[in-house]
Design a protein around this ligand. Sequence first.
Ligand code: HEM
Length: 424
Amino acid sequence: MTTTQPPDEHTFSRSTPVRLWEDGFALDPHRYYDDLRAQGPIGWAELAPGVPAYVVTDRRAALDLLHDTDTFSHDPRPWEATVADDSPVLGMMRWRPNTLFADGAAHVRYRTSLIDTFEQIEPHDLRARVHHAVRVLVGRFGPKGEADLVGEFARPLMALVFNNLFGLPDSQSDRLDVALGKMMEGGAEAAEGEAEFGGYVLELIAAKSGQRGDDLPSRLLDHPAALTPEEVTWQVFLTLGAGHEPTANLVSNALSRILGNPQYYSTLTSGARPMMDAVVEVLHHETPLANYGIHYARRSVSFHGAWIRAAVPVVVSYGALARPHDPNGMGGTPIAEGEVTSGRHPRDASHLSWSAGPHACPVRQHTLLIATEAIERLTQWLPDLEPVLPRARLTWRPGPFHRSLTALPVRFSPRSPDQPGGPS
Ligand code: HEM
């Protein structure tokens, strides 16, 4: 916490809030981040029309906030009392009894059970599940010689992987994919998506409560933390919500960068550089979960020169922070088309894309493995992937929280997984 005098309580009311819900945000997020930075370490924005939020764009302020659990809470309920029932961001921000929205002892209990459960998944097992999912998808679009790597690969891939980890048949995965897509959009279909997603998870936990299997929900049900079936339902709900969309976007953002730069592509596919480099680059420059680090001051407080009112969302902008950092803490310049910075260590977390502090993403290693294996395997099946559009002409989905391509059309030599000569 800073000790500066609280500025005028209306500091931000004099400037126009930066509208993160506008279509222009998806088109050029860095222009919006620049406008936020121009307001200081903490800017003033709207997440939806009439839904204000503070946005942290400074690394020092972000770290201070993420570690200060006495001042900042993850519990949105005081804020919820101030927003309309039909607000499009409620689907993403409404309180649920899960680790993301919990503080203190409840948080530790939920988080530990999730971490213990994920730790039981061996890397070779996860790798095999990812390979299976890629094979299924190549079987669907490979013979066509063209595909949209967002709608036909990255998104259904994550649905297949999670379905598989949850012990469900592949046939259930499309349902999950569609529901989560609607929910993340934060638009008119958000409530419908939330209801469909809820139905999926409720059915899953009911089935596993009746009969355990060798899968994630069964392990959560049997965890020593003794979560009730309802609590397990909420943690699974979160796991899917927190994992599916950002990992799909991590995969598609990485693929778009790789395919947009043929030299880079050949360096990666020849093995001269590890594929994980391309995934880590995305965390540094185009992080998929751009603005979903949401906190609430427990009481109105002065913080890094801004007067933060209680019960107003304080968003740590991983998107604004996910750029090369200059010594003045002002961020660097946006990455140019096809630009890459080489040789970052996967554990170089200067981007903060996994967050920091007690709520930092608990499954970083799993996620890196899933994304890297998926891309590597795809390029083994289809080595001559070629983008249909230059990267500058790709479009991004609207919404304040994510950095997510609408589509990534590609061409390649048609191939079926049954043909001889595929990856072993
Ligand atoms: C298999 C995929 C993933 C799963 C299962 C997953 C799961 C989770 C869970 C359960 C939390 C809440 C932790 C807590 O509150 O204690 C979390 C937090 C977080 N995750 Fe992940 N995650 C996945 C992938 C990703 C990806 C791809 C990103 C982005 C690069 C990401 C970024 C974050 C961030 C920034 C937080 C903190 C959010 C906050 O502070 O409000 N995660 N994740």
